[in-house]
Design a binder for this molecule. Structure first.
Ligand code: SF4
Ligand code: SF4
Length: 426
């Protein structure tokens, strides 16, 4: 007869005031989950000891901030998880990760399968409150099978701890210090990984920093890990538009530093354009070719970020003339493709464009400059770094139905719900 004694000790803890019985020493994140309380995590991974590097799981233990994934439950612990302060702390951490790296979701291979992106959707985050750093770390294509995009790495350490060769050798390691810290791949050891192990490395990365060549994104949009999730957005009664019933909504649009693709997408709404013209009158807009505001507008739609002094002036005028300002498309939200020049000094960009580039006219020796030409800014700025923006419609470009669904909900002050796959891109 097998007489193995079990010495499980049960303890009572409190999470957000709810008394919970758990096995002493169990991980707090798991205990909370078993009891229907969700603590978000990024670096925490079931096959690893808790790392506590990302701090998304920040909770308060007996009144002090700590990482939930490193807490082993014990008798009498008082845990706070879902207070307004902690919800904002966690959101701020995600926002900092977005601002610190180069997270251009529309062009990212991990989009739809990315844990960090999913947290952002879940928190209703469409823009970060912090200025973008526009990191300029190495993108390493040298490894035989992988690509390391350090500008997306959040230094969670999952790959360093988890991925080893059959001989137990490290494949990933941290190099350099402080803000320069990055993950480096050992090229020789990387060759030793099987295809399945290499894919495991890509999948264990909670963002799109580790990619496997040729295997980058097999699932189409709509079938990715988080595509079926969505977010319900509640209309705020305070921001409802007040107008007479027989009056149309007045909408203005503009394109700043963008490709005009968002406006083209707006025109793609097909037969719903009939719904639109039923309730909307366009004022200043490239769609109507009306150059100046002739009346106050309920909603202004902004495509593109600010790359020059004229963009800034136009955006400020829109803020003054419109009750509600909506940034639509990635260039308006975070600078988009034009902001890729933020990694390079302005002088070098101008030299490449006008003097030394492969498409430059032979013998050209002038960088255009005239008082009538808008002054180019050192960086391309997202709209919210210049004026207050009320709503954001992500996408590159956002799809037509999505734009109209959001704009209509804003105009009619309705709640709306958008599935993640509607955020995706052509
Ligand atoms: S890693 Fe995730 S958050 Fe970053 S760009 Fe890719 S999908 Fe977006
Ligand atoms: S490469 Fe990915 S798994 Fe590795 S530390 Fe960076 S974010 Fe984490």
């Amino acid at each position: 007869m097998n007489n193995i004694a079990t010495n499980t000790e049960m303890v009572t803890i409190s999470i957000d005031g709810k008394a919970i019985q758990a096995e002493k020493g169990q991980n707090l994140v798991d205990v909370a989950k078993k009891n229907g309380i969700y603590i978000p995590t990024l670096c925490y991974f079931r096959e690893l000891n808790p790392l506590g590097t990302c701090r998304i799981c920040t909770v308060k233990l007996n009144g002090k901030h700590t990482t939930g994934c490193t807490v082993k439950v014990d008798e009498g612990m008082e845990i706070e998880v879902n207070t307004p302060e902690l919800l904002d702390n966690r959101r701020a951490i995600i926002e900092m990760l977005y601002a610190e790296g180069n997270h251009f979701c529309p062009s990212c291979e991990k989009s739809g399968n990315c844990d960090m992106q999913n947290h952002a959707y879940d928190m209703g985050l469409t823009v970060t409150r912090y200025p973008h750093v526009f990191s300029d770390k190495i993108v390493d294509f040298t490894p035989e099978r992988m690509i390391m995009e350090s500008n997306r790495c959040i230094l969670c350490k999952r790959c360093v701890e988890e991925i080893k060769t059959a001989e137990g050798k490290d494949v990933f390691s941290f190099v350099q210090r402080g803000v320069k810290t990055r993950v480096q791949i050992d090229y020789e050891q990387e060759k030793e990984l099987t295809e399945a192990e290499a894919l495991h490395a890509m999948n264990i990365c909670p963002v799109g920093a580790i990619l496997v060549k040729g295997m980058i994104q097999e699932q189409p949009f709509g079938e990715r890990k988080y595509d079926l999730l969505g977010k319900d957005i509640k209309a705020s009664p305070d921001s409802c538009i007040v107008r007479n019933e027989d009056e149309k909504f007045i909408v203005a649009t503009t394109s700043l530093a963008g490709c005009f693709g968002c406006h083209m997408s707006l025109l793609d709404i097909d037969t719903e354009i009939l719904d639109m013209i039923d309730i909307v009158e366009f004022n200043k807009s490239p769609l109507t070719d009306i150059k100046d505001f002739s009346k106050r507008c309920h909603v202004g739609l902004i495509e593109g970020g600010c790359a020059n002094s004229e963009n800034v002036e136009v955006l400020r005028e829109f803020r003054k003339r419109c009750d509600i300002l909506v940034a639509f498309g990635e260039c308006a939200i975070m600078g988009g493709i034009p902001a890729m020049r933020n990694f390079v000094p302005l002088e070098e960009c101008l030299e490449e464009a006008y003097l030394n580039g492969v498409t430059t006219e032979i013998g050209a020796n002038i960088v255009p400059s005239h008082e009538d030409i808008p002054k180019i800014l050192n960086n391309v700025y997202p709209c919210n770094e210049v004026v207050k923006i009320d709503y954001y419609i992500p996408g590159c470009p956002p799809n037509a139905q999505h734009i109209w669904k959001v704009v209509k909900s804003i105009l009619l002050c309705e709640d709306y719900s958008i599935a993640h796959d509607e955020f995706k891109y052509d």
